[in-house]
Design a binder for this molecule. Structure first.
Ligand code: PEP
Ligand code: CO
Length: 450
């Protein structure tokens, strides 16, 4: 293999990347980013890899989720808190109802860059450069504001730092204390069937804690009862930013992209011999690759050779996003042939990106039923080949949005307009997320293949 450094991606063809008009400013921003403190510590990324290794063996389960794209405008503490509450609620459901430790990884504190299908968006006969996420340009329909602006990388860095600061406080400072399990249920969720089901589960957890306390196990002598490990991740799309966040780890000597614990490349930028895969090759963080219905066995094997030459468990996740209609047709054969190769892979299911549809009223949406159907197929296919569904990758929020149709709230196409706030793709709201967690918990219980 050729020598890698954090700039070698620049010698490869690249997709979905902005071109900055002001090169001087770009250099200045990159320099500033290089001098700023890392957002995560390399050792945390190694701990995450160890946990992901367990997920690949069916001994833990990866719950990765968050906004499709974070926004500068909608950035506030309440949104972060409500998202955190929902993800730990889901994790409690999966752990207690599914009897499986859960690895919590947010699509947060850095998820700002978006690949787009088209270079141009046309409104009222005017062509605008496509919106590419707040780290690159502004969503507002204004030709000047749609130009890539390097200074936005600094804003994204600072927003990520304060988001992560709050998440770390929630995770270690008391909000994740199992004694608070009832407080995690958001008001608008409580009256829903699944909110009520959650309250029952929370009662059981409270009873169990009482029993454990009587046996001498309490949050004072067992910090695991009041703290969680929470990790961050995002798509490594904007390589000017990711390159500038690479730091050499003084403990191991390895290079880590310290913008997040885990990074992934998307379906549109995962070509072998292109820049994004080249960048991921050299960083030591656990990495993911999205794979859609067009992937071949040979491509997967080449990606394994490039990104995980030593076949380390937990290093490489494939995030399968084939769509409910395709997964049964394509994934079984692929998985069967790959299992024979003995590659260490964390298999995660993204049931969102292969199931995006356009509602009659023009809204981009996803049907809860298709999302569930893809997850069910994913588990069933793994079970039939004796391998493990290692995790899920979801676009979700703690807000009461109406972006995906269906679920127990029976959101219809005509209700999409009520609270459609996403910066990019439609997300599950808190009720839909909790409902999905209960349904996945049933699949997890059934996952054991001894
Ligand atoms: C995403 O995760 O928001 C995304 C664009 O996914 P994909 O690369 O799978 O299309
Ligand atoms: Co998306």
């Amino acid at each position: 293999m050729k020598i890698w450094n954090c700039k070698t991606w620049r010698d490869f063809p690249i997709q979905q990347h902005p071109v900055y008009e002001n090169q001087e400013e770009l250099l200045l921003v990159e320099q500033q980013l290089r001098e700023l403190p890392p957002l995560v510590f390399a050792k945390e990324s190694r701990s995450l890899q160890d946990l992901l290794a367990l997920a690949s063996k069916g001994k833990a389960f990866l719950l990765q989720g968050g906004d499709c794209a974070e926004s500068f405008l909608h950035f506030n503490a309440v949104r972060i808190r409500d998202f955190f509450k929902v993800i730990i609620q889901m994790s409690a459901i999966l752990t207690f109802a599914g009897s499986c430790p859960v690895i919590k990884v947010g699509r947060i504190a850095g998820q700002f860059a978006k690949p787009r299908t088209s270079e141009i968006e046309t409104y009222n006969g005017i062509d605008f450069p496509s919106y590419r996420g707040d780290i690159i340009n502004d969503m507002e329909l204004d030709l000047e504001k749609r130009k890539p602006d390097a200074k936005r990388m600094l804003s994204a860095y600072h927003q990520s730092a304060s988001t992560l600061n709050l998440l770390r406080a929630f995770a270690k400072g008391g909000l994740a204390d199992l004694k608070e399990v009832h407080q995690w249920n958001l008001d608008f969720v409580k009256n829903n069937d699944f909110g009520k089901q959650y309250e029952k589960l929370a009662d059981k957890i409270t009873q169990t804690l009482g029993f454990m306390e009587a046996c001498g196990i309490n949050p004072q002598n067992t910090p695991l009862l009041k703290e969680v490990d929470f990790y961050t991740s995002h798509e490594a799309l904007l390589l000017h930013y990711e390159e500038s966040m690479v730091r050499k780890d003084s403990l191991s000597g390895g290079y880590y992209d310290c913008s997040a614990h885990m990074l992934w490349v998307g379906e549109r930028t995962r070509a072998i011999n292109e820049a994004h895969i080249e960048f991921l090759r050299g960083i030591k963080n656990p990495v993911g690759v999205k794979i859609g219905a067009n992937i071949t066995k040979d491509e997967i094997l080449k990606i394994c050779d490039i990104l995980n030459p030593n076949n380390e468990a937990g290093r490489l996740s494939f995030i399968v996003r084939m769509g409910a209609k395709n997964i049964e047709k394509i994934f079984p054969k692929l998985l069967e042939s790959l299992l024979k190769e003995g590659r260490e892979i964390v298999w995660s299911c993204d049931p969102m990106h292969g199931n995006t549809i356009k509602a009659n009223n023009g809204y981009k949406t996803r049907d809860f039923q298709s999302i569930l159907s893809e997850v069910r197929s994913f588990f069933a296919i793994h079970k039939s080949y004796g391998s493990y569904a290692g995790g899920v990758h979801l676009e979700m929020t703690g807000d009461n949005v109406t972006e995906c149709i269906g679920g127990s709230q029976e959101i219809t196409e005509s209700r999409l307009a009520c609270n459609y706030n996403t910066q990019c793709d439609p997300r599950l709201n808190a009720v839909q997320s909790i409902e999905l967690a209960f349904l996945i918990a049933d699949l997890l219980k059934d996952r054991k293949i001894d």
